[in-house]
Design a protein around this ligand. Structure first.
Ligand code: IDP
Ligand code: MG
Length: 138
């Protein structure tokens, strides 16, 4: 079954939204395959966001991801990558549809409250960053 990787970003964890966010994926039918709270390292975030290195928002994105604990989720289900992206909504919360997580819980693109892997290959790469211990159990 397809797996994807979601990160609940520090600001959402600090706002106490973790349970609400997880419930969105679970009620859709995605299964929690793994979950952990992590104080991310800069090295992990540099790997995670390597495609964005050099972009104007890169440094502040990393800073924001280092501002508190992250909750990492491995979700499993039919077309899990696309399903989670749709539940998350558009990158810019102003454009994200109401009913999506980003659409319902924020206003600022830089501080949208969840990350979701964009394609299957990214999901596998990101799972290896946040759940290296799970790689053998694919
Ligand atoms: P995604 O999270 O929807 O896949 P990406 O383009 O991969 O969007 O961007 C990664 C993260 O970088 C976004 O979730 C958002 O927090 C931040 N970001 C993306 N574009 C901008 C921008 O134009 N300004 C500020 N932050 C941005
Ligand atoms: Mg992305």
């Amino acid at each position: 079954m397809e797996k994807t990787l979601v990160l609940i970003k520090p600001k959402a964890v600090l706002r106490g939204l973790t349970g609400h966010i997880i419930a969105r994926y679970e009620s859709k039918g995605l299964k929690l395959a793994a979950l952990k709270m992590v104080d991310a390292t800069k090295e992990q975030l540099e790997r995670h966001y390597e495609e964005h290195q050099g972009k104007p928002f890169y440094e502040s994105l990393l800073e924001s991801m280092l501002s508190g604990p992250i909750v990492a989720l491995m979700l499993e289900g039919n077309q899990a990558v696309s399903a989670a992206r749709l539940i998350n909504g558009a990158t810019n919360p102003i454009e994200a549809a109401p009913g999506s997580i980003r659409g319902d819980y924020g206003l600022e693109i830089e501080h949208n409250i969840v990350h979701g892997a964009d394609v299957l290959e990214s999901a596998q790469r990101e799972i290896s960053i946040w759940f290296p211990e799970k790689e053998d159990n694919e």
